[in-house]
Write a protein that binds this ligand. Structure first.
Ligand code: PRP
Length: 192
């Protein structure tokens, strides 16, 4: 139980509500509608098969949960955990593998689920790593792709939204590890 002795801190959730620093880019309704469309297309493309969906933690945890629940086909689910940003707003340029998958991907249909493709370094890293495991097919789905920055090491097969090159938070995307639990996606403007 939280008591009066617990140290409090400025709430980022309150800041989103009360400061002009955040501008909504995509509402919960927009995201759910597009997620359903993507799930329908994937279900059609993989009819009669059972792809392995691999979420890329942490950012994709909400998107993959919503996406797989809208599928009308069987699937398996596993997770990689990568990190290239840490608490920074720009990529370190080095992708680190923090958690590996447990399943075998040889001869499986694999679909990697990203929340966002920015520099494309994470996608490039995963593409090379998974191809070494000899899957029978490999595709990528990303809720967001930045249209200016994205130089993916490969094509993104299913794109939710192409977005401007701004720092975005919410729906799994963080600022200093917080704000992942926002239902909408917001552009966070730099402070003067
Ligand atoms: C973010 C995001 C993607 C990756 C995309 O992860 O979730 O996985 O960056 O950026 P890129 O295209 O420039 O590689 P991050 O390293 O911030 O970790 P997180 O998912 O835990 O927030």
């Amino acid at each position: 139980m939280l008591t009066k002795q617990v140290k409090t801190y400025p709430s980022r959730i309150e800041e989103v509500k009360n400061s002009g620093r955040y501008r909504m880019l995509l509402s919960e309704v927009d995201i759910q509608r597009r997620t359903k469309e993507l799930a329908e297309k994937i279900s059609e493309d993989y009819r009669g098969r059972c792809p392995v969906f691999i979420g890329v933690l942490n950012g994709s945890f909400i998107f993959i949960a919503d996406l797989v629940r809208q599928l009308t086909i069987d699937c398996e689910v596993d997770f990689f955990k990568l990190s290239s940003y840490g608490d920074a707003m720009v990529s370190s340029g080095e992708v680190k593998l923090k958690k590996d998958i447990d399943c075998h991907l040889a001869d499986k249909d694999v679909i990697v689920v990203e929340d966002i493709v920015d520099s494309g370094l994470s996608v490039k890293f995963l593409n090379e790593k998974i191809m070494d495991m000899k899957p029978s097919s490999l595709r990528f789905v990303s809720l967001l792709v930045k249209w200016d920055n994205a130089q993916p090491g490969r094509k993104i097969d299913y794109v939710g939204f192409s977005i401007p090159s701004e720092f975005v938070v919410g729906f799994g995307l963080d600022f200093e590890q917080k704000l992942r639990n926002l239902k909408n996606i917001y552009i966070m403007q730099e402070q003067d």
